[in-house]
Design a protein around this ligand. Structure first.
Ligand code: NAD
Ligand code: ISE
Length: 338
């Protein structure tokens, strides 16, 4: 049997997530290597590339994708830069793992979906990594296995310690709640049909311009209701929880405390401070599964349609943030190749 080639991956964007994915592919993932990195900040790309044997640094995506060393692409640039990189990768028929969001806007996501559709087969996986988290997988199995009966509601909490500079109120939806949009669609196997956003008086810990926290409500095609607390400046830790309420019981993930300690008259655990720690295993599993599928010539996991549907719900969510009104989500028919 011929030996499969080690997958040469180009990582686009070498900031927080990109650098972490480079480390992951280099140290954790089997069957792949980082062949190229790209960043508009050439110094950053160079610094990351220098740590990896045989890795070239570029400032232009097109130049990296043209390299014969590159077989696949991992996009970790900011959301607004995704569409251009995705279209270039599709032009060359290269398989892609694209960090969420696919694109921040439904029009861009639709252009990407249509470009993939012209190829006639899936090429893109979207980095909705919660689908690879062990706790979320157990929750999905409990729902699908009928352990709690027909799901009626989801209660979700999504808390970050603090927002980075430049984070906007719209990004609470496009950048953060986009994860709950995907987990809702995936866990319930239903589309989201309407969004309402309630805005309490903002926390004084949030930057002045940011209306944080918010309560986001989804209605789904199967009649379920989902509430999401997004609190991006909670100060104390990174927490992602989800409880499904069914006709015969409930199931919840996200309460894990890591090491449980008892000492000096106290008991307790720790709260992770960011997603890189909280979802480390999920990112590892996601990238390994992508590499394995790519080497087999297949694409698995959330795809362009999921990225497009999420972008459409985000657009409704941002509108609902502004108007305070219940906002329906408009989705075209799902393409058959997906
Ligand atoms: P970041 O700002 O830390 O890094 C982005 C990097 O991309 C920077 O180095 C920047 O110079 C570079 N860049 C900007 N435009 C570029 C372009 N056109 N081509 C190449 N490089 C470009 O951002 P981040 O936090 O690492 O986020 C990157 C992506 O990962 C975003 O899509 C974000 O939504 C996603 N993300 C996902 C998770 C998750 O939990 N799955 C967590 C954080 C971020
Ligand atoms: C970030 O971009 C992520 O994707 C994290 O998972 C999320 O928790 C955070 O709120 C986003 O800003």
């Amino acid at each position: 049997m011929p030996q499969q080639r080690i997958l040469g991956v180009a990582v686009i964007g070498t900031g927080r997530m990109g650098a972490d994915h480079v480390r992951r592919i280099d140290e954790v993932t089997s069957g792949a290597r980082v062949a190229a990195v790209v960043d508009v900040d050439g110094e950053r790309a160079k610094t990351v590339a220098e740590r990896i044997e045989g890795c070239a640094a570029y400032t232009e995506t097109a130049a990296a994708l043209a390299s014969p060393e590159v077989d696949a692409v991992l996009i970790a640039s900011p959301g607004p830069a995704h569409e251009a990189a995705l279209l270039q990768a599709l032009d060359l028929d290269l398989p892609v793992l694209c960090e969420k969001p696919l694109t921040p806007d439904p029009a861009g996501a639709l252009r990407v979906l249509e470009a993939e559709q012209r190829l006639g087969r899936r090429r893109i996986q979207v980095g909705f990594m919660r689908r690879y988290d062990a706790g979320f997988q157990r929750l999905k199995a409990a729902i699908d296995g009928g352990a709690i009966g027909r799901p009626l509601m989801l209660h979700c909490q999504h808390r970050n310690v603090a927002t980075p500079p430049g984070f906007t109120t719209q990004m609470l939806i496009n950048d953060s709640v986009v994860h709950e949009i995907d987990t809702t669609r995936w866990l319930l196997d239903q589309e989201i049909t309407a969004v309402t956003v309630l805005r309490p008086a903002p926390s004084s810990a949030a930057p002045d311009h940011l209306g944080d926290p918010q309560l986001v409500l989804f209605e789904t095609s199967g009649g379920a209701v989902v509430d999401v607390e997004i609190f991006a400046n909670c100060g104390f830790g990174y927490q992602v929880r989800c409880e499904a309420v069914g006709e015969r019981g409930t199931a919840r993930t996200g309460d894990e405390t890591g090491l449980f300690t008892q000492a000096a008259g106290q008991w307790g655990g720790t709260i992770p401070q960011d997603f890189v720690v909280r979802f480390a295993d999920a990112y590892d599993r996601q990238v390994q599964r992508w590499v394995d599928a790519t080497r087999r010539g297949t694409v698995e996991g959330p795809g362009c349609w999921d990225g497009y549907a999420a972008a459409a719900v985000c657009a409704a969510g941002v509108q609902a943030q502004g108007t305070g009104q219940r906002t329906p989500v408009e989705l075209p028919e799902r393409p058959t190749y997906h």
